[in-house]
Design a protein around this ligand. Structure first.
Ligand code: COA
Length: 176
């Protein structure tokens, strides 16, 4: 954990600061729209947030990560799974390990909840360091299939799935 950084569960009182950090993080990206802040609010409102964490430095919120409930079937069985999205770090705090600390804390929290698996749609140079693999995700039918779609097992007791279907929470389908 980088010096002076605190990662904790987000509370209702953090909503505006989270909104601001997401908007700032995505403002300059190729994604080019501000839908992620709205997405986080919809997921929370739907009760589909499994882990929502903030990173604080000196009392200021500098990052946020959300993991949401997915609808995943693996080898004919329902599997508890969480989608990582979005992860946001304030532009002037990027590249200092904040995203790393948020993602690792979130994955630990999910393990504590008994979540068996996590998926992410993102950069293939970043997410494999946490254990995400495009090869595992490729076994699943998903609207997001492709080299940026990655998956990892969180629960070492669950056998590696041979195949299945992976759907994100309904709020993702309402994104404009
Ligand atoms: C992606 C993001 C969350 C990473 O957080 P961070 O605190 O900057 O990253 P860390 O300090 O933990 O890790 C730094 C590493 O991430 C890499 N990285 C940062 N942003 C990246 C991006 N958009 N794509 C790929 N890699 C990225 C850096 O190159 C660096 O790699 P290295 O360790 O091999 O040098 C942050 O840069 C961000 O908010 N970006 C804008 C929003 C975004 O694109 N979110 C992800 C899509 S959901």
């Amino acid at each position: 954990m980088p010096d002076g950084l605190v990662v904790r569960a987000a509370g209702a009182e953090d909503a505006d600061a989270i909104d601001a950090v997401i908007r700032a993080a995505f403002a300059g990206t190729q994604y080019g729209h501000q839908g992620e802040a709205e997405l986080v609010r919809m997921i929370e409102a739907d009760g589909d947030a499994l882990a929502s964490l903030v990173a604080e430095r000196g009392g200021e919120i500098v990052g946020h990560v959300l993991f949401s409930r997915m609808n995943v079937e693996a080898d004919g069985r329902v599997l508890a799974a969480a989608g990582l999205a979005p992860v946001s770090v304030a532009p002037d705090r990027q590249g200092q390990g904040v995203g790393d600390a948020l993602i690792r804390a979130g994955l630990a929290m999910l393990r504590g909840q008994g979540i068996a698996m996590s998926f992410v749609l993102g950069h293939e140079n970043y997410y494999p360091r946490f254990g995400y693999s495009p090869d595992l995700a490729a076994r699943f039918v998903s609207p997001f299939s492709g080299p940026h779609f990655m998956a990892m097992m969180l629960d070492s007791g669950t056998a590696l799935p041979q195949g299945g279907r992976a759907d994100y929470a309904p709020a993702f389908g309402r994104m404009g």
